[in-house]
Design a protein around this ligand. Structure first.
Ligand SMILES: NC(=O)C1=CN([C@@H]2O[C@H](COP(=O)(O)OP(=O)(O)OC[C@H]3O[C@@H](n4cnc5c(N)ncnc54)[C@H](O)[C@@H]3O)[C@@H](O)[C@H]2O)[C@@H](O)CC1
Ligand SMILES: Nc1ncnc2c1ncn2[C@@H]1O[C@H](COP(=O)(O)OP(=O)(O)O)[C@@H](O)[C@H]1O
Ligand SMILES: [K+]
Length: 500
């Protein structure tokens, strides 16, 4: 898992790296510019396209000057435009301006918007402001950014789009550069992983600029992002003499007469993730569907949506409750019965979350280390309305501690909150997965890992990462516009196999 950094911590990491490697700060800037340029050249190999690099006079602008020099040397047609709105400049900006001049590269400076010339370049590199942003853009900066956005050119931002905050709440009224691609240094900024970023970032890439990883990983921060290796390390190989009893028994309490599909998707995903035995607690009307679709699964029937009084709860290692369950009084009883009968971690999804939201007294019965998997609407129903995503991060961290549970706020980059106060982002997934039933599959996967004996936190990490990875692979291999829940769950065994 990789720690994510705030702008302050990023500055500390710069400082540490510079001291530790006995280098000059301008050398670190050169590394950053080199890493940016390599990524830029891969994305835009056509050297006939003209480039204008818009630079501020801080270190983001310094990066821009170094990038202009490197791209010029690589054979691109580069123009440099410097916004001198203040009298200040950073020393590495000054150093890079001297280097630029020594190469004979032409540059223009403007002190006010009125001095700006018409822009002909087809690509604009945005090196105006970076993580030093300390207030929303206004005055000349605001006009400049609005003008750049109005040109409709391809914009590539250095480190972060100018005007966008790396962390903290985003206001819809903040004006930022709208970039086609942002090439960011060392780590994605936390706000890149929240939906607000869609306003200004179409795509981002992260390049390694050689900051001290030991230092970064030792920083105290709640924010982290999952990686392939953090998942592989957690997956357990199957032992030669293992048998179905080794891999646990899961119970999926799900489905309604008109929503049997949710139960089927959840149960089949659970089975395909490797549980030894999977039982589905479903409405009696769904038995034929279950037997036809998943002959491997067993059924525990709910007549008139009531769980039989003699259900042997103790034989299950993990339970999922919610997909397609409905929110009727009978469904509430099903939830109540489950909460009163099973004290091991439970995975709560969909209607189980909606029922918890409308019956707060039931929340106290949620077993410790349970996993709740709300999407944003369910999250707000359960924990109250939020006016921005940063607030949801705060709530998620607080509630996970308070309830001693793992909360997964599902999204493009799903966010996992742990009882220890961590806030972990999942990088995998694709918009091709935005189709009904996908969450039911995730719930089945988490429950399966739990039943197999994984710790709840690990079960959550594994399921979310592999779920997204499977979706990503299916959409890219088959160039699929959409990946359905049914096709994703068929791919789970291979997706796990590839990671182990
Ligand atoms: N580890 C890293 O991430 C590295 C970062 N570097 C670059 O350094 C950048 C940060 O540089 P700086 O700290 O010099 O800051 P910036 O270049 O982002 O900003 C320059 C100055 O502009 C002023 N300013 C901030 N917000 C403003 C606003 N809304 N209106 C007007 N003026 C405003 C501030 O006084 C700020 O110090 C990063 O984004 C990155 O591009 C690289 O040079 C080296 C390594
Ligand atoms: N744009 C996206 N990018 C990545 N993952 C996505 C995207 N859209 C949906 N998903 C994933 O699909 C799942 C959808 O869950 P949910 O909204 O509960 O669906 P449903 O209720 O239909 O089962 C979540 O795991 C979510 O992270
Ligand atoms: K920038």
């Amino acid at each position: 898992m990789l720690n994510l950094l705030t702008s302050d911590q990023s500055r500390q990491a710069d400082k540490y790296t510079i001291q530790h490697l006995s280098m000059q700060s301008i050398d670190l800037m050169e590394r950053a510019a080199l890493a940016f340029s390599e990524a830029f050249i891969k994305n835009y190999p056509d050297k006939m396209r003209s480039i204008a690099v818009y630079c501020g006079t801080g270190n983001n602008g310094g990066d821009g000057l170094a990038i202009a020099r490197l791209l010029y040397r690589a054979g691109y047609r580069v123009d440099v435009k410097i916004a001198r709105f203040s009298g200040k400049s950073s020393s590495d900006f000054d150093g890079n301006l001297a280097r630029l001049m020594s190469q004979g590269i032409i540059f223009d400076e403007f002190r006010k918007i009125a001095d700006l010339r018409e822009e002909q370049a087809s690509i604009i590199i945005d090196a105006l402001l970076g993580t030093g942003l300390n207030k929303p853009l206004d005055g000349e900066w605001l006009t400049l950014v609005e003008w750049l956005n109005s040109l409709g050119r391809t914009v590539v931002s250095v480190d972060i789009p100018t005007g966008f905050k790396a962390e903290g709440p985003i206001s819809k009224h903040d004006v930022t550069v709208k970039s086609e691609l942002t090439i960011s240094f060392q780590r994605p900024k936390i706000n890149f992983l929240l939906p607000d970023s869609a306003l200004c970032i179409k795509r981002f890439e992260v390049v390694d600029i050689g900051l001290d990883e030991g230092f970064i990983q030792a920083l105290s921060t709640p924010y982290a992002i999952l990686t392939d290796s953090s998942i592989t390390r957690r997956l357990k190989k199957r032992k030669p003499f293992s048998h179905k009893g080794t891999f646990g028994h899961a119970l999926i309490v799900a489905g309604g007469i008109q929503t049997m599909g949710a139960a089927l998707l959840c149960a089949e995903a659970c089975l395909n993730t490797g549980t030894g035995l999977t039982t589905a607690s479903i409405p009696s009307e769904g038995l034929t569907a279950l037997n036809i679709r998943i002959p491997e699964a067993m059924a525990s029937l709910r007549y008139k949506n009531v769980i039989p009084a003699d259900l042997a709860w103790e034989k299950y290692n993990a339970i999922a409750i919610g997909p397609g369950l409905g929110v009727s009084d009978e469904s509430k009883l099903v939830l109540k019965q489950t909460l009163n009968s099973f004290r091991k971690p439970i995975v709560f999804d969909a209607d189980a979350i909606n029922l918890l939201a409308s019956n707060p007294d039931l929340v106290n019965l949620v077993p410790k280390l349970s996993v709740l998997t709300p999407h944003v609407k369910e999250f707000d129903r359960l924990f109250g309305e939020h006016s921005n995503w940063w607030e949801r991060l705060e709530t998620g961290m607080n509630k996970a501690k308070e309830l001693d549970c793992i909360i997964i706020l599902k999204n493009r980059y799903s966010i996992l909150f742990t009882p220890e106060g961590k806030c972990v982002f999942n990088p995998t997934g694709t918009p091709a997965m935005s189709s009904g039933g996908m969450g039911d599959v995730l719930t089945g996967m988490i429950t399966s890992f739990l039943a197999q004996g994984y710790k709840p936190e690990d079960a959550a990490y594994l399921a979310v990462f592999i779920h997204g990875k499977a979706g990503q692979e299916l959409s890219s291999q088959n160039r699929a516009y959409v990946v359905t829940a049914g096709s994703l769950l068929k791919d789970i065994p291979q997706a796990i196999g590839k990671m182990i």
